[in-house]
Design a protein around this ligand. Sequence first.
Ligand SMILES: O=P(O)(O)OC[C@@H](O)[C@@H](O)c1c[nH]c2ccccc12
Length: 275
Amino acid sequence: MANVLDEIIDGVREDLAARERLLPAAEVQAAAAARPAALDAWAALGGGQPAGELRVIAEVKRQSPSKGALADIADPASLAARYAEGGASVISVLTEQRRFGGSLADFDAVRAAVGIPLLRKDFTVEEYQVHEARAHGADLVLLIVAALDDARLAGLLELTRSLGMEALVETHTEDEIDRAAAVDARIVGVNVRNLKTLDVDRGVFGRLADRLPDGAVAVAESGVRGPEDVAYYAAHGAGAILVGEALVTHGDPRARIQEFKRAGAAAIAARPGAH
Ligand SMILES: O=P(O)(O)OC[C@@H](O)[C@@H](O)c1c[nH]c2ccccc12
């Protein structure tokens, strides 16, 4: 049953093996331990706070398996600086190379440019990648439930927290949400793009939102084209949105984030029972 997700992970494992030959696990662990403490991404995303604002996780995304090249990002650091000025709460930097055109060099450039929490966005399947994320100054890593069995999901989340980071735990089905809840995920994403087929169905968020664990930050991932999609996610309970394409293809991402935040806050204020 080959699907896109499995194919991507095969490539990720090959690239990972090559990096491990260059920098052994003990060295990457030492580099992680030497970093200043991670920033609190949970708090930045409104964790534990009353609903009001919609937080934006703005993504540095060069290309995707579904669409190919999205944007010629000559300077990821200045793009990230504009994201921060627009009011992004977290910046996501894709580091997967083969399908998304990302790199740890992009991550490093962004880390040097902004002081807000960063998500190292990759297909995390091995402990090495978690230490590596921290060694590069990440505050948040991505754990995709569909790519991990229960034991590995629990183990990677525990390691992430032991390094002072948090995880965005990504789901796409009811069963995956229950698996995320079972490991006490505190930041739970619903990706409306099915990573096995790449189909986007924004209604997935509305259908699954009620099942998200109480007290977790609910993140609507993918598929934001404009303020109407932001309002839809916010109306259905999103505390944060993760946006890539709509920002990297926009001429003024700073203004676009501000617009998304206004649309989100208005939809939250209009939720039944908001007053
Ligand atoms: O460009 P979009 O549709 O705004 O999507 C952003 C983000 O959700 C998407 O890049 C993403 C969500 N989950 C992932 C897992 C791996 C790689 C990429 C992703």
